[in-house]
Design a binder for this molecule. Structure first.
Ligand SMILES: *[C@@H]1O[C@H](CO)[C@@H](O)[C@H](O)[C@H]1NC(C)=O
Ligand SMILES: *[C@@H]1O[C@H](CO)[C@@H](O)[C@H](O)[C@H]1NC(C)=O
Ligand SMILES: *[C@@H]1O[C@H](CO)[C@@H](O)[C@H](O)[C@H]1NC(C)=O
Length: 475
């Protein structure tokens, strides 16, 4: 994204007048200057010198140029209303439930923006499940290469950090985990919650961070996949798009208010900026959880074209080079060996971890080893590839498990030994694992694990990889 402000280079200070800034020639110069700056950054920055305080500097890139046309200012403003253009329509949504669930919700936001022809505004990832409360947010564009997706879609994509000033403070008291933006704005949003739930999803962290004083109206019945089932959480992309159609919005006057805002306002859903409490359960309507399937439109249109940033790939590669340092030295080769990557979801996922002194733990590694052999065979037959190196990530804590892994000759990153947490913060150990997994030419994962499923999609679609998902309940 265009992070002029944080770089401190002041490229935009003299471009405050929008008309002036919009002039083609100046635009051209700006783009040229940014390209020049980008080349400075890419040659000067080493992965080693990066830390949590400076990650965004390397994500600066010249994205799809139309991005410059969709905000009033080339920098965030105190209020989003000041920055949104009157001739553009936008959509945003909050998310909860851990990194992978938040990621899927944001992919759904991007797909809804695509089908509704609105400009998406992506929130940052906010600590929720699995990440301790005190961990600060991380921008979507720090992890995923937004400009690659913009270029593919030929549509601009915004982050909230482009639009509105977000204070970089961290929550001080975990009990009252709350962010407070200095500029609170009233807005009416949509709730997609199942109809037997009385309240909206309660995205108070996102609302606090971004300064939203939001009232909610439930999406109309036509939006639900099963209109007759009150407990159905699934909402359909095209029905949502129909209700937020640009200049032809759904009449909301008959829809009851679901929840007033914290300050008591009762605004109807905003037409200019459509906002949702939650999009995790969005589907094209063919099935529930359809992102799991290789054919799902949100994966085909969005997910597959959303690579990790160069910085994340460099970082994961650096870790893998440490893991395979002996091989690299012995062979004298510069490139990592081709890898089969494996993700084994922790035992508590399926109850496998329940064990005692009389009843030893079953780790299920034999099933994964069998699947790895099948993947090896498939890669040899279909692509003539011999891939002896196996790299695994797991949240399993059992020492017995890791002994078995070592006995199999499989390798892993030891984030404790590498001090990843101290160096990069709590988001990073699983993120580095995620990126490393995506680099395999083959992948074996755990059936029904979201994390595994996404890795399988990436290896299959990005690397023409062979994949297997193992059912741990069989262990
Ligand atoms: C937000 O408001 C507080 C209290 O008025 C002030 O100390 C702080 O500097 C403000 N932050 C920003 C980023 O404006
Ligand atoms: C995004 O991907 C493009 C190639 O598609 C690359 O040139 C660019 O450096 C990447 N940007 C980031 C921030 O990783
Ligand atoms: C990871 O490293 C730590 C510290 O060096 C060590 O105590 C631990 O046993 C290692 N874990 C594994 C699975 O090798």
């Amino acid at each position: 994204m265009l992070r002029h402000d944080r770089s401190g280079l002041g490229t935009t200070k003299f471009l405050t007048n929008r008309r002036q800034w919009m002039l083609g020639g100046i635009c051209f110069l700006t783009v040229g200057f940014l390209l020049y700056r980008w080349s400075l950054f890419s040659s000067g920055d080493e992965v080693e010198v990066l830390d949590k305080s400076t990650p965004t500097s390397v994500t600066t890139a010249v994205g799809y140029s139309q991005k410059l046309d969709v905000l009033n200012y080339p920098h965030p403003t105190d209020t989003f209303r000041a920055n949104l253009r009157s001739d553009q329509y936008y959509v945003t949504a909050w998310a909860t439930g851990g990194f992978t669930n938040e990621f899927l919700s944001y992919v759904h936001l991007l797909y809804l923006a695509f089908v509704s022809e609105r400009v998406p505004i992506l929130p940052p990832f906010i600590a929720d499940a699995h990440i301790t409360w005190g961990t600060g947010p991380v921008d979507f564009g720090e992890i995923f290469n937004i400009s690659a997706l913009e270029t593919h879609l030929k549509r601009p994509i915004l982050e909230w950090s482009d639009v509105k000033t977000v204070q970089q403070t961290r929550p001080s008291t975990p009990e009252f985990y709350s962010y407070t933006n200095n500029h609170t704005e009233r807005i009416g949003c949509w709730s997609t919650r199942a109809r037997h739930e009385a309240k909206p999803a309660g995205a108070t962290r996102h609302e606090g961070l971004l300064g939203f004083d939001a009232s909610y109206t439930r999406v109309p019945n036509i939006a639900y996949k099963n209109p007759d089932r009150q407990d159905d959480p699934n909402v359909m992309f095209h029905a949502l798009a129909a209700t937020i159609a640009v200049r032809h919005p759904y009449p909301t006057s008959d829809l009851p208010l679901m929840a007033a805002s914290p300050s008591g306002s009762k605004l109807r859903p905003d037409e200019h900026l459509a906002c949702y409490d939650f999009l995790y359960y969005a589907t094209s309507g063919i099935t529930d959880y359809e992102w799991k399937y290789p054919w799902s439109p949100e994966w085909r249109v969005i997910g597959v074209h959303l690579p990790f940033t160069d910085r994340m790939i460099d970082l994961a590669t650096k870790y893998l080079r440490t893991v395979y340092s002996k091989e690299l030295t012995q062979s004298g080769l510069n490139d990592l060996p081709p890898l089969i990557t494996v993700h084994i979801r922790r035992g508590d996922f399926t109850g496998v971890g329940q064990c005692s002194n009389d009843k030893p733990c079953r780790t299920g590694t034999e099933l994964f080893a069998k699947a790895v052999d099948e993947v090896k065979k498939q890669l040899a037959e279909e692509r003539g590839l011999q891939v002896p190196s196996v790299f695994i990530t797991s949240d399993e804590k059992e020492p017995l498990f890791w002994d078995e892994i070592s006995a199999l000759g499989w390798r892993f990153i030891n984030h404790t030994a590498e001090k990843t947490l101290d160096r990069y913060g709590e988001w990073y150990p699983p993120l580095i694992d995620t990126v490393a997994l995506s680099l395999g030419v083959g992948f074996v994962g755990t059936l029904d694990s979201t994390f595994s499923t996404l890795s399988a999609r990436r290896v299959e679609d990005w690397n023409r990889g062979a994949i297997r998902l193992v059912d741990r309940r069989l262990t």
